[in-house]
Design a protein around this ligand. Sequence first.
Ligand code: ADE
Length: 266
Amino acid sequence: MIIDIITIFPEMFDGILNNSIIKRAIEKEVVKVNVLNFRDFSKNKHNKVDDTTYGGGAGMLIALPAIVDCLKSIKDYDKAYKVITNPIGTVYNQSKAKELSLKDHLIIICGHYEGIDDRIENYVDEEISIGDYVLTGGEIASLAIIDSVIRLLPDAITKESIEDESFSNGLLEYPQYTKPSVYDGYVVPEVLINGDHSKIESFRLFESLKRTYLRRSDMLEKRDFTQEEKYMLDCIKLNMTFDDTLEYIKEQKKKAKKAKRTCIKK
Ligand code: ADE
């Protein structure tokens, strides 16, 4: 994948591109990231890229020529998927990150606190906001986008760590613990210590559902559930413990089996 970033503050990208998973992905050639300073494309003798606003107003606005010339300098820019960061855009989420990670070539134009001439929308496929708050510029939004996209690329990190994490299955991730098993009076749930794998799997599903129900019930509205998950959710809503939930599910399964047998006999 190729990612081109168009910005007026290229130095803001140094940290993220030179550290951890992103750095490794670049070294492994999973992704190539180019950061372009559109000020370099200004034809003004002082390298000015902004101008006064038509219709009046106190502030200045980033003008189109330098940004668009910068965009057009990118090889095959017309075939790339082009986005601009903007608080009025579509709100970003994990499924948009997945969608962008499937593109061969992504160009991100960083919005700017002064604003950009609105006709920039004719040069992009999509405007993206990273949340309902206003940043001083689009660089932090772009950083969030490239970080979340690159980690999803094949070979950037292990497939398993992506499959289990929050949002990947429409639920928040279950809690995890490491040694010591008791710290400052806080204990690791017993079920995780005794090594019964199928019980641990159920416990993790139960905790994922519980967290999502308590913290992000909006996510549950968008998801389909297995019969087991439905039983678990019923128990979570009644504030039942995990052990009582397992008992309840066992009983429900027994009842369902008996009902099926009676049906067949009839
Ligand atoms: N620029 C300023 N605020 C932003 C936001 N929330 N998302 C994307 N770009 C922005």
